[in-house]
Design a protein around this ligand. Structure first.
Ligand SMILES: [Zn+2]
Length: 228
């Protein structure tokens, strides 16, 4: 994909929508790197830079990392040679302020909304289970252990984390609505919003995301002759 303007693709969706899962294969299909803001932060913490230390302090205090720090990390990442044709970002923008900051450092060509209902979010996340010993993930519908409540790998006890229980999921959905819906309106106004159905298998949803990008790029090319 030709992308001379360092265009950025962002993935937006409720918790459990699968945006994290889709980011990497989508990036591969488009030949551009995939960037997770969470991962950029963890790398910075690991390097022990002053910036990393400040991120670690925020995380330890349970605070959200400052939007300006996220922007700085993304800006640096965008300046690397492999990002010359653009990147796919997972993890940002979560709110309108992040979207506005991102606009100052790059052009968001496509904001892919992976759309699922709240009911589906609760079904997916509340079915998650994890081994209390080795951390292996399970799901009561999609990925059951061979023996109930016992880890296939280490024999440890399988637990249901509080974060994966409906009460906490509903709280996360509430903050999604408050923070992220303004971002969707913003990208809709900019004609960058591409909404796809998030129900279905990983490959199926991935194909929808790719098609949404390619279809709207075709639209852009169609208008090219008028501009010279
Ligand atoms: Zn285990």
């Amino acid at each position: 994909m030709k992308n001379p303007h360092r265009e950025v693709i962002v993935l937006i969706g409720k918790p459990g929508s699968g945006k994290g899962t889709q980011a990497e294969p989508l990036a591969k299909a488009l030949g551009i790197p995939f960037v997770s803001t969470g991962k950029l932060m963890r790398e910075e913490i690991k390097k022990g830079t002053p910036l990393g230390k400040s991120i670690a302090a925020d995380v330890a205090a349970g605070k959200l990392v400052d939007n300006k720090i996220t922007a700085l990390l993304l800006k640096r990442r965008l300046n690397k040679p492999d990002a010359k044709d653009g990147i796919i970002i997972d993890g940002s923008p979560r709110d309108l302020e992040q979207a506005l900051i991102l606009d100052r450092i790059a052009h968001v060509a496509h904001a892919i909304l992976i759309s699922i209902t709240d009911h589906e979010v609760i079904r997916r996340i509340s079915g998650r289970r994890i081994c209390s010993r080795c951390g292996r993930n399970y799901h009561i519908e999609a990925n059951r252990p061979k023996v109930d409540n016992v880890c296939d790998v280490c024999g440890g006890r399988i637990i249901h984390r509080d974060d994966d229980k409906p009460k906490i999921i509903k709280e996360r959905l509430k903050s999604y609505r408050e923070d992220t819906i303004p971002v969707l309106h913003y990208y809709r106004r900019l004609r960058a919003l591409r909404r796809i159905d998030g129900l279905g298998g990983i490959k199926e949803v991935g194909k929808r995301a790719l098609n949404a990008i390619l279809e709207s790029d075709k639209g852009l090319k169609f208008h090219e002759p008028r501009n010279g």
